[in-house]
Design a binder for this molecule. Structure first.
Ligand SMILES: *[C@@H]1O[C@H](CO)[C@@H](O)[C@H](O)[C@H]1NC(C)=O
Ligand SMILES: *[C@@H]1O[C@H](CO)[C@@H](O)[C@H](O)[C@H]1NC(C)=O
Ligand SMILES: *[C@@H]1O[C@H](CO)[C@@H](O)[C@H](O)[C@H]1NC(C)=O
Ligand SMILES: *[C@@H]1O[C@H](CO)[C@@H](O)[C@H](O)[C@H]1NC(C)=O
Length: 324
């Protein structure tokens, strides 16, 4: 009877040999990330953690341009992660149509808006809500406004979560920066983070026009799949919002230039929006410098580098920025 049970357990594929060392590692990770579980949950999460740890170790032993590490997501499977942090349904990325007009001058070989002045706010944390599109939007508008006025003010994601539905945005279930810029333009303003703070959940719209702090005069959509247009925009104008497809190999990114054979390049597959704040090249590979919204403990202090020039993971499918 006992043997039969053990056999059934093993053949279900759920058993993974967990060493004492693994368990110690898990417990120090729990402490580091303030995690607490019920008894039953503890063993489930331990299994997932060890599976993730093995994957990370295998990856780091290989010859890749980026490395992985444990982070705040290491007790989640990718499918749990996707449900909590990415768009559940495809957004209308291909509706972000435009014909981008290049600047007159050439774009520099590299640029990093974080180093050019006080133009980029601190990395924020979207929490368990598919609101990445609001962080990409505020990040871009914050930077464009700072470059044009000299004042860097954190802006409200929650206003976009609560109020921008009429522009095909869906709160914690996704949306697009281009559609959010359209909303801000027609709404005639976006409040500050301080006046309309982030809650990581959908609420009733409580926009106060008298507290509008940032404005959009026009929305520029970069020509679909024209990555050189993105280079021109970031190199000569300002940071640019874009979307791309996050696959399971991205969840534990820690440093280096991310590149993937798992993700697609098409507009219908993108599931996460972020902000390009610069680009460069090193060790023979060209990359984008990208601000994410998963807190400062993820990636390179909240940022990541992704391969440039190949429409990696569809990153050039629907990029945009506002004019203020
Ligand atoms: C690692 O990958 C790089 C780039 O693909 C290649 O040039 C190099 O030879 C590889 N090194 C090893 C030890 O395989
Ligand atoms: C830019 O994209 C938005 C959202 O998809 C769309 O509503 C808008 O018409 C586009 N702008 C232009 C100039 O095509
Ligand atoms: C895509 O656009 C169509 C037409 O405007 C709209 O009916 C649909 O709800 C949009 N889908 C999403 C996910 O926003
Ligand atoms: C380039 O290689 C050096 C040494 O291996 C490494 O420290 C650096 O992070 C690499 N740069 C990028 C952008 O991956």
């Amino acid at each position: 009877m006992n043997t039969l049970l053990v056999f059934a357990f093993l053949s279900a594929g759920s058993a993974l040999r967990v060493s004492e060392q693994d368990e110690n590692h898990f417990e120090s990770w729990m402490e580091q990330h303030n995690k607490e579980y019920s008894n039953k949950e503890y063993y489930e999460r331990l299994q997932v953690f060890v599976e993730n740890k093995r994957k990370i170790d295998r990856h780091n032993a290989g010859n890749y341009s980026f490395s992985m590490s444990l982070n705040q997501f290491s007790d989640m499977t990718f499918s749990e992660f996707r449900k909590a942090f990415l768009w559940s349904e495809p957004q209308n990325c291909s509706a972000t149509k435009g014909t981008y007009l290049y600047s007159n001058g050439p774009s520099p070989d590299s640029i990093d808006w974080r180093k050019k002045g006080n133009f980029v706010t601190d990395v924020k944390n979207q929490g368990p809500c598919g609101s990445c599109w609001t962080f990409s939007t505020t990040g871009c508008l914050e930077s464009v406004t700072a470059i044009n006025t000299g004042k860097l003010v954190p802006l409200s994601e929650q206003q976009l979560v609560d109020c921008a539905q009429d522009f095909n945005n869906h709160g914690c279930n996704g949306g697009l920066p281009s559609q959010a810029f359209e909303y801000i333009m027609y709404n005639k303003g976006l409040m500050t983070e301080k006046d309309y703070p982030y809650k990581a959940t959908e609420g009733v719209c409580v926009y106060k026009p008298e507290l509008a702090a940032a404005f959009v005069k026009d929305v520029v959509n970069i020509t679909a799949n024209d990555e050189m247009g993105m280079v021109d925009a970031v190199g000569t104008r300002n940071p640019v919002s874009f979307a791309f497809e996050v696959t399971s190999d991205f969840m534990h990114y820690s440093k280096g230039v991310y590149t993937s054979t798992m993700c697609h390049k098409t507009a219908d597959k993108v599931n996460h929006a972020v902000l390009a704040v610069g680009y460069g090249q090193q060790n023979g590979s060209a990359y984008w410098i990208v601000k994410n919204s998963w807190g400062k403990i993820w990636g390179i202090d909240g940022y990541f580098l992704i391969e440039r020039g190949k429409n990696m993971c569809g990153l050039a499918a629907c990029s945009s920025f506002p004019e203020v």
